[in-house]
Design a protein. Structure first.
Length: 281
């Protein structure tokens, strides 16, 4: 079934500007800079210990370029997609069909790195609307090639993705998709009385999909909202980002016990961004 949150897609207007900002934010350079010729897109990939993040911009015509242009037109720059990873894409395709959903479309993809000339290949499984519910999401199986780990990582750099936040108006439907169909572990389902909604935590590959659910009586809809990044030494990260010219809030204790947090308020290309350090208990 689903083994990991594979990567997140960020739609940007100018790949060079976005790469400059995110290289400073993460404290690390991208490990891959390439293109998808058949999709009409160009990308920069940042690799972490549990996922990778993809900056995506147009570089021609194709369904990838259409996604970027639609995202920019409707919402501006920001989170455009969530990609789930599997080691057996044929098996999960059969499972989704057996679960009563319309047949899904499978395709093969290829990307090349500008600097090294290396090629990566993968298979994609595109999902029916009943499962994506307005959020661009698909399943991937990497078949050839891999991303190199980041090199010479300082303590002030981003270590991994702590959690991604998704908003929904249908908590039960979200649980059906992610727990029952995808097989992802539901670690928390809690009603939050002060704002009249529910909070869901789904956990896999050392990260969390945090879902904020508020019913509104409309058709089910899910939307990517923000990211929280784990750092080894948040005070060092704070000092580094201040020197780089970022607008960042002072480091404070987080709502979760034994954590320190700070919010990055600039140069994130419209993505609410939190930094978090987990302290020894």
């Amino acid at each position: 079934m689903i083994k990991r949150l594979d990567h997140l897609i960020v739609a940007v207007k100018d790949i060079e500007e976005a790469e400059s900002n995110y290289t400073k934010l993460f404290g690390n350079k991208p490990v891959w800079r390439g293109e998808h010729k058949e999709l009409g897109t160009i990308n920069s990939l940042y690799n972490f210990s549990n996922i990778y993040l993809e900056l995506l911009a147009t570089n021609g015509k194709g369904i990838g370029a259409d996604l970027v242009e639609r995202t920019l037109s409707e919402n501006g720059e920001g989170l455009a997609g969530l990609v789930l990873g599997t080691d057996d894409i044929s098996q999960i395709k059969e499972h989704i069909t057996a679960s009563g959903y319309n047949s899904t479309h499978m395709s093969e993809g290829e990307g090349g790195d500008f600097e090294s000339g290396k090629i990566r290949n993968w298979k994609n499984l595109f999902l029916p609307q009943e499962l994506t519910r307005g959020m661009f999401s698909f399943i991937i199986q990497h078949t050839e090639g891999h991303l190199s780990p980041p090199q010479n990582v300082p303590d002030s750099a981003v270590n991994k993705l702590d959690h991604v936040v998704i908003n929904t108006n249908d908590a039960d439907g979200f649980i059906k998709s992610y727990k029952e169909v995808y097989g992802i572990r539901l670690a928390l389902d809690q009603t939050v009385e002060k704002w009249g909604g529910r909070m869901l935590f789904f956990r896999l590959n050392k990260t969390t999909i945090e879902v904020i659910a508020k019913e509104d009586g409309l058709s089910p809809k899910d939307k990517l909202w923000g990211l929280a990044w784990d750092v080894k030494d948040i005070k060092q990260t704070y000092d580094r980002l201040r020197k780089e010219g970022f607008d960042i809030t002072p480091v404070i204790e987080g709502r979760k016990p034994n954590t320190l947090v700070a919010t990055v308020k600039s140069n994130t290309h419209n993505i609410p961004t939190l930094l978090i350090q987990h302290l020894p208990s």
